[in-house]
Design a protein around this ligand. Structure first.
Ligand SMILES: Nc1nc2c(c(=O)[nH]1)N[C@H]1C(S)=C(S)[C@@H](COP(=O)(O)O)O[C@H]1N2
Ligand SMILES: [Mo]
Length: 210
């Protein structure tokens, strides 16, 4: 049988054409060294935590005047927003136009009184993952705690019930199964940062490793 009529070959050819077209259309949106994917790869170090929304809590501690803790319902009541953004993984895939619903970082921040010098934040996750960043990165309007992806509750593999989303930085900074934030006066490295990933992690500056 000629390869042209093999249905599987045909599907693969169409998929490659699709990827090529997306790539051509989006070159200005693609950071250096990245390639577009239409899939949504799962990247998890270790096992996948299972957290029910009834049991889920969000805590804030460290350099704040008053530590805080929210239940699922109280946290969602802080505010909501839906946005479509591009995401960029340090393993060189990018994905355009991902749509998320969540609580804006600013809505949570409005409830807090950081102490002087609290210029850095560590995200803490169920399962033990951590990632650090500067507070000024988090005050960008597109930073959120996301609980819906593409109009559906966030899948467990992608960090459900709740993950952070910091789209301007490499995707390892978007912490899955988030359980809280620690305010700090120094940029202490998180999990991947201790293994040599960049403390800042801008895809546009190709800050992959320290
Ligand atoms: N808690 C937790 N968050 C995490 C990770 C992880 O292993 N554990 N992996 C990070 C990495 S390296 C990437 S690229 C993204 C992957 O998110 P995804 O699996 O939804 O694509 O999550 C980030 N957040
Ligand atoms: Mo990653």
């Amino acid at each position: 049988m000629s390869q042209f009529w093999d249905p599987l070959q045909r599907v693969m050819r169409l998929r490659r054409a699709d990827e090529a077209r997306e790539h051509m259309e989006g070159t200005d949106r693609l950071p250096p060294g990245q390639a577009l994917t239409l899939k949504f790869p799962v990247l998890t170090y270790g096992s996948t935590p299972s957290v029910k929304t009834e049991d889920w809590r969000f805590k804030v501690w460290g350099l704040v005047q008053e530590p805080k803790e929210w239940t699922w319902a109280d946290f969602l009541a802080l505010g909501e927003k839906t946005q479509t953004v591009d995401i960029h993984c340090v393993t060189r895939w990018s994905k355009f136009d991902t749509t998320w619903k969540g609580v804006p970082f600013q809505a949570v921040y409005d409830q807090l009184m950081p102490k002087p010098g609290a210029d850095y934040v560590m995200f803490h996750c169920y399962g033990g993952y951590t990632t650090n960043m500067r507070l000024d990165e988090l005050l960008q309007a597109d930073v959120m705690f996301a609980y819906e992806y593409d109009g559906k509750p966030l899948e467990r593999d992608h960090g459900g019930p709740m993950r952070s989303l910091v789209p301007r930085l490499y995707f390892w900074k978007s912490a899955k199964w988030i359980r809280g934030m620690e305010f700090m006066n120094e940029n202490r490295p998180g999990f991947w940062e201790m293994y040599g990933y960049h403390l800042h992690g801008s895809p546009w500056l190709e800050e992959r490793f320290s």
